[in-house]
Design a protein around this ligand. Sequence first.
Ligand SMILES: Nc1nc2c(ncn2[C@@H]2O[C@H](COP(=O)(O)OP(=O)(O)OP(=O)(O)O)[C@@H](O)[C@H]2O)c(=O)[nH]1
Length: 310
Amino acid sequence: MTAEIYIISGFLGAGKTTLIRKLIGEAFQNSNVALIENDFGDISVDAALMKDTNIEIREMNSGCICCSISGDFVNSVRDLLEKFCPDKIIIEPSGVGKLSDIYKYCLDRRIRELAKVKAKISVVDVRYCKKYLDNFGEFFQDQIENADTVLLSRTNEYPDKIEGASELINNLNTKAPILSKAWNDIQFDELMPSSRRRPDYKALGGCRVSKHKHEHKHSADEIFDTITIRTKRTFTYEELTKFIEEIYMRYGEKILRIKGILRSTDGNLNLQYVPGDMNITACSTTGDMLCIIGHGLNRQDIISVFNGGL
Ligand SMILES: Nc1nc2c(ncn2[C@@H]2O[C@H](COP(=O)(O)OP(=O)(O)OP(=O)(O)O)[C@@H](O)[C@H]2O)c(=O)[nH]1
């Protein structure tokens, strides 16, 4: 049986993992699901956090699928298909991955023999659509142009941003439905490509190939910095908050994403930061990892704030 591949794309912190959890817990509840996590950095915080779902997970770190590890990616998917025989494979590319590239690798014969891309979904945070398009267009634009469906996040909190974001997205992709309603109200079928709305879709065997450039102008690691910290120290909530506040003071919105699992005296803490939002919650996964992604970051400075400032 041919396995279905679902690519869940979107910029850093847009809500990809949140959507994947929803799919695993709801629509895919009775399926044999495997997940490929590709974090941009040396560690996969997402893969560690997703272990509580008990599905088969493969991590692909140290770069993004589309830049440095494409061969590994094809081998890894093939291996997963042969050994685990999943009904569904969910791929979460790094937030700075290009959807067109990941899709292209999924068309490799070794994958195509056993699996077919069913949907390419891009999640877009309504708050930052314009900003990320202006500043990181090469990556962000590709994720929108190549999506079958665009799912907006944070629409409940920022309803006034929906119209502007939808207009920008529609300028880039006139075919993908743009979903802006609360995620709890979205039916699985709405996320799937609609052949009726895509005349070119069927003609290409169910998959729309982007006609534009596949060559890289820039690789993600030329544009984005990633800093990985491993530590077995224990922290308090206040210490982690202080760290975030301090590096925000120094780097502002040059910090695009922080995520990690760290030990505290009461258990483990899951730290999630996207510009404008910080969440520190208790979690069951034991961790000792923190990943900071941005641009124009000074690695030594950030590490010294982390070590010295706490
Ligand atoms: N309030 C709110 N928070 C959200 C929403 N979507 C995601 N989040 C939170 O934003 C943070 C990042 O969400 P993720 O789902 O991890 O985002 P991601 O796209 O997987 O992030 P990366 O893998 O780092 O690129 C988490 O703390 C989520 O709980 C939303 O619609 N509303």
